[in-house]
Design a binder for this molecule. Structure first.
Ligand SMILES: [Zn+2]
Length: 135
């Protein structure tokens, strides 16, 4: 997905805002998730992010809302907690999208772009370990 200037600004401002929350800022990917994300590549993880957001938080009344997002097991899950896109309560509080109605495609895409930006930032901050890298 190519982001417009306005949207990439929204993504960086939102990441900055989230970094001031001790709860949100403590999340990082674990090494398994990083290896998985690197092996699958950006295009695949991006598609997962869009599909997972649409199916888990996209409906007007998502199933198990508030408890539908596992803490780990897929990089997108962890990124959802870190970016407050884990449930409709967090999405309403942090991203001002009201509960009780389905998310639009534009909203799913915008939140997925946020999730992807968070995952990419984590991968950049945690490069492949020195032991794997040729000197
Ligand atoms: Zn939540």
């Amino acid at each position: 997905m190519v982001m417009t200037g306005y949207e990439s600004e929204w993504v960086s401002e939102t990441l900055e805002r989230l970094s001031h929350s001790a709860f949100r800022a403590k999340f990082t990917l674990d090494e398994r998730d990083r290896a998985y994300a690197r092996a699958k590549g950006r295009v695949v993880i991006d598609r997962h992010a869009r599909d997972m957001l649409r199916s888990r938080v996209g409906d007007a009344q998502p199933r198990n809302d508030g408890r539908q997002t596992p803490w780990r097991g897929h990089p997108v899950f962890t990124a959802q907690h870190a970016t407050a896109t884990c449930c409709r309560g967090c999405i309403e509080k942090w991203h001002h999208i009201p509960k009780g109605r389905a998310l639009s495609d534009e909203e799913v895409n915008r939140l997925a772009d946020l999730v992807m930006a968070w995952i990419e930032r984590d991968l950049i901050a945690h490069p492949v370990s020195r032991i794997d890298r040729p000197r």
